[in-house]
Design a protein. Structure first.
Length: 432
């Protein structure tokens, strides 16, 4: 017997028996999918498919099957099935929620979007069926018996009116509610602006789409955008959802709806890009790449990732800025201040960095003016450039939410921190 922590070799014949036993539930479920028409698949079907495929992929990986000549292709096929299942779960969730969200999307755009959603679902269902059949074919070649039984279908239709418990909890009044709302609205505008380039840059031909995904919006960058929108939604749910302010404000709920729709689309786009890149690099064996290429039209993978998921997310975020602006008008008291630069001091890198920290701490947009220059007080590079264009200026103007402007006044009155961080008042302790 091998000692704990040591590896031993299991024969392929012995592994076949173990795998057949472990995979029986998964295979019976795939038999169910093959028996049903895809238009009768619901979100729970896809969710179970993802869960079962994950179990099998993990089991195969525990035995190092990915590096075995006989079972290596099976692992890859199961991994692809799990990935397409995840995209389908997100797509179904988006479809069920779309009509329930408050949005400011035009009827014409929504009609086109629903048509593209249907095309995407058809592509995903076809890909899932092709992968299931390929897995069955692969197992037959590996001499692994496929059970004839079919998994009992306990899934029920999910469309129509949801049954909900009464919403009878009074909306909470949250401390610093307005500040939290302003932060979320500002963060929404920031992420929408940072993603706006996609609508114009995203190409349409296959060669251009390939270069775009591999060089401009690869998996790493896509995951970054996805994480930022997810963080935005999480902050909303933590600080705003269920509050009295949310119940009384349609634009605020609309902000959540646009963020959620964009998040589901980015999840889909990221997973599709992951699949594409995974089978375009040299990590996969050529046989595996050729097998997958015969099963899945990678041109459609690119088209659905960029033309549907990323483009639509870009539009939804861009249109949602109207809600964010309305929210800011409702919850932010905008004012202007003109602050003198303390005698003997200049706006060099260190005091500028403290100004930026104040603005970023409050999370709302603040504009700085110096001489004839205007810039964002939340960007250290913009501020350095603006100050450089007005070297003789002795006053600085700020316009924005009264909360960061109040702290900026204290910072200037305290000598911009040039006397040491200990010279700052306790209310600016977050700068230390």
């Amino acid at each position: 017997m091998p000692q704990a922590g040591q590896d031993s070799i299991i024969s392929e014949d012995a592994f076949r028996l173990l795998f057949a036993e472990q995979a029986s539930t998964f295979l019976e479920f795939t038999n169910l999918l093959l028996q049903k028409e895809p238009n009768s698949w619901f979100k729970r079907h896809y969710s179970e498919l993802v869960a079962r495929a994950h179990e099998i992929e993990t089991f195969l990986d525990d035995f190092g099957a990915r590096h075995n000549r006989s079972f290596g292709q099976l692992v890859e096929l199961v991994a692809c099935l799990r990935g397409f299942g995840k995209v389908a779960v997100a797509l179904k969730h988006l479809g069920y929620r779309l009509s329930r969200y408050v949005t400011c999307l035009s009827g014409e755009w929504l009609e086109e979007f629903r048509a593209e959603t249907d095309r995407t679902e058809e592509f995903l269902d076809g890909s899932i069926l092709a992968l299931v059949r390929a897995i069955h074919e692969e197992l037959t070649g590996l001499r692994v018996a496929i059970p004839t039984g079919v998994r009992a279908d306990a899934t029920v239709a999910e469309e129509g009116t949801r049954r909900l418990l009464p919403h009878d909890i009074d909306g909470e009044v949250v401390v610093e509610e307005d500040a939290r709302i302003a932060e979320v609205a500002t963060a929404f505008i920031d992420v929408a602006d940072s993603f706006a380039w996609v609508a114009e840059a995203a190409p349409r031909s296959e060669g251009e789409l390939r270069a775009f995904v591999l060089k401009q919006l690869d998996e790493e960058r896509s995951r970054d955008y996805e994480a930022r929108v997810h963080s935005l939604q999480s902050r909303y749910d933590t600080y705003i959802a269920g509050t009295s302010a949310e119940k009384a404000n349609d634009p605020l709920r609309g902000l959540r709806g646009h963020a959620s729709l964009a998040l589901h689309l980015l999840e889909m786009g990221t997973e599709l890009v992951h699949f594409y890149v995974r089978h375009e690099n040299d990590v996969r064996f050529e046989g595996v790449k050729e097998r997958v290429a015969r099963l899945i039209d990678k041109r459609l993978v690119l088209e659905r990732a960029v033309g549907y998921a990323f483009r639509s997310a870009c539009v939804i975020l861009g249109e949602g800025k109207a809600f964010a602006a309305e929210v800011l008008r409702s919850f932010v008291k905008v004012c202007e201040v003109e602050l003198p630069i303390p005698d003997g001091e200049t706006l060099h890198a260190r005091p500028i960095s403290l100004i930026v920290k104040v603005v970023q701490h409050h999370g709302t947009h603040v504009e700085m003016s110096i001489g004839e220059e205007r810039c964002s007080a939340g960007s250290i590079m913009e501020m350095i450039m603006a100050v450089g264009q007005a070297p003789d200026a002795r006053t600085v103007g700020f316009k924005g939410d009264e909360r960061p402007l109040g702290d900026l006044r204290l910072l200037f009155e305290s000598g911009l921190g040039e006397g040491g961080m200990g010279s700052l008042p306790e209310s600016l302790a977050y700068l230390r």
